[in-house]
Design a protein around this ligand. Structure first.
Ligand code: FES
Length: 130
């Protein structure tokens, strides 16, 4: 526990205090090559931590979503299909993986195989075609 305590209370603050961060905006223009080189590691560390955090948050948000890719630029995906346009039957996607949305293209098969899910289309058909 001492190592972690010392790292947080002594080592990191001493390292940050030693960085050549200027007190004014104009001070950035007076930094030398060695000063800029000294700023590279902490800049990479902050950038790396920020990137990993962003990716983690982004992935956590996607986990709870049903729709991975269809029209993600709008708030709600709503489709209308006129019943008169369905000649015999229509298979409508319910897995949200179809490239032919809102119609099923069979992509649910790969999704089910990869995830163990059991999704499939809803088939709309005319009563006389049952
Ligand atoms: S492709 Fe989505 S249900 Fe078939």
């Amino acid at each position: 526990m001492y190592i972690i305590s010392n790292l947080i209370k002594v080592t990191i603050p001493n390292y940050l205090a030693s960085l050549p961060i200027p007190d004014s905006f104009g001070g950035w223009f007076r930094l030398g090559v060695r000063d800029w080189l000294a700023l590279v590691p902490p800049t990479l560390a902050v950038g790396g931590i920020s990137y990993v955090s962003y990716q983690t948050i982004k992935k956590a948000r996607e986990v709870g979503q049903v729709n991975p890719s269809i029209r993600k630029d709008i708030n709600k995906v709503v489709d209308f299909i006129d019943i008169e346009d369905i000649t015999e039957k229509a298979s409508l996607c319910r897995c949200w993986r179809s490239k032919n949305w809102p119609y099923c293209d069979g992509a649910h098969g790969a999704h089910n195989k990869a995830t163990g899910d059991n999704t499939g289309p809803v088939v709309v058909r005319h009563k006389e075609n049952k």
